[in-house]
Design a protein around this ligand. Structure first.
Ligand SMILES: Nc1ncnc2c1ncn2[C@@H]1O[C@H](COP(=O)(O)OP(=O)(O)O)[C@@H](O)[C@H]1O
Ligand SMILES: [Mg+2]
Length: 256
């Protein structure tokens, strides 16, 4: 029962948007998916077309209190970042056992890097959402320096809100691709449909089924399906030169 963590380097990178759509893609691939949000100011329900006022039930609330959207069980645990018993609780709930058909996507806010560091070693994949922007690039060396080899091993990157009409965005994206190599899971284009769908209180798939960002984010989700086969351990091959790794070739790291 694998856990997938989504965590951005900076707030506003689009981590919650990506987390919601990874959950939808894994659910469409047949997985039984729970989404766990761990922040007070939570916008996760909006990506499922739910009302802004919707408050999600606790991870520990009984099944009859569940909020289901697109077949996905949406849960919240705002105390998780401070709770040293969070990982044991996940284990007790059966989320850290082997198996392929029960999946938890945990949306970790960018500021909670200590929490991410605790959970990622137990996750099948850590999806780090970044923008192709100079401020993000400036943070990358520090972030890569701080991460443990285990955390790096299970981390893959998604460039979100990429605007290829802008030279700086294009060049930043090329630089990220060079830096992270095969660990780049893919890129999602900047697309007005994403905030428009939220404004219309509709899921993106309903509001703009042929939108560019939806097509991109579906590919990201599909690329994570192999991570479900390797619960509880890193699915991206270890090594200082990931581009040279034969294991990681199974993950589509298409050009951004
Ligand atoms: N690919 C995209 N194109 C356009 N807008 C996007 C895209 N991804 C996210 N957004 C918008 O960016 C804002 C921040 O997204 P969010 O997922 O809440 O970021 P985070 O969780 O990293 O803070 C939201 O308004 C969202 O609609
Ligand atoms: Mg968020």
């Amino acid at each position: 029962m694998p856990v997938i963590v989504t965590h951005g380097l900076k707030g506003g990178a689009g981590t919650t948007f990506i987390a919601a759509h990874i959950a939808m893609a894994l659910s469409e691939a047949g997985a039984d998916v729970t989404v766990l949000t761990t922040t007070q100011r939570d916008t996760m329900p909006l990506h499922f077309g739910l009302q802004p006022a919707m408050s999600l039930p606790s991870l520990f609330a009984p099944a009859e209190d569940a909020v289901l959207a697109a077949g996905i069980d949406l849960r919240s645990l705002t105390t998780a970042p401070e709770d040293n018993d969070f990982v044991p609780a996940l284990r007790d709930l059966g989320f850290l056992e082997t198996g392929q058909d029960k999946v938890m996507v945990i949306d970790v806010p960018a500021s909670e890097f200590a929490f991410a560091r605790r959970v990622v070693p137990h996750a099948s994949a850590n999806v780090c959402v970044i923008n192709a922007a100079p401020d993000t690039l400036a943070l990358m060396p520090q972030v890569l320096d701080e991460a443990s080899p285990e955390n790096i091993a299970s981390t893959s990157f998604v460039i979100n809100a990429l605007d290829e009409t802008r030279r700086l965005s294009r060049h930043s994206s090329a630089f990220i691709r060079e830096l992270v190599g095969a660990r780049l899971l893919g890129r999602v284009r900047l697309d007005e449909s994403v905030p428009e769908a939220i404004a219309m209180l509709q899921p993106l798939g309903k509001y703009a089924p042929s939108s560019a960002a939806l097509a991109d984010v579906k590919m990201i989700g599909a690329a994570l399906v192999p991570a479900l086969e390797t619960p509880g351990r890193p699915w991206v091959a270890r090594g200082s030169n990931p581009a040279a790794s034969s294991h990681s070739s199974s993950s589509p790291s298409r050009a951004a």
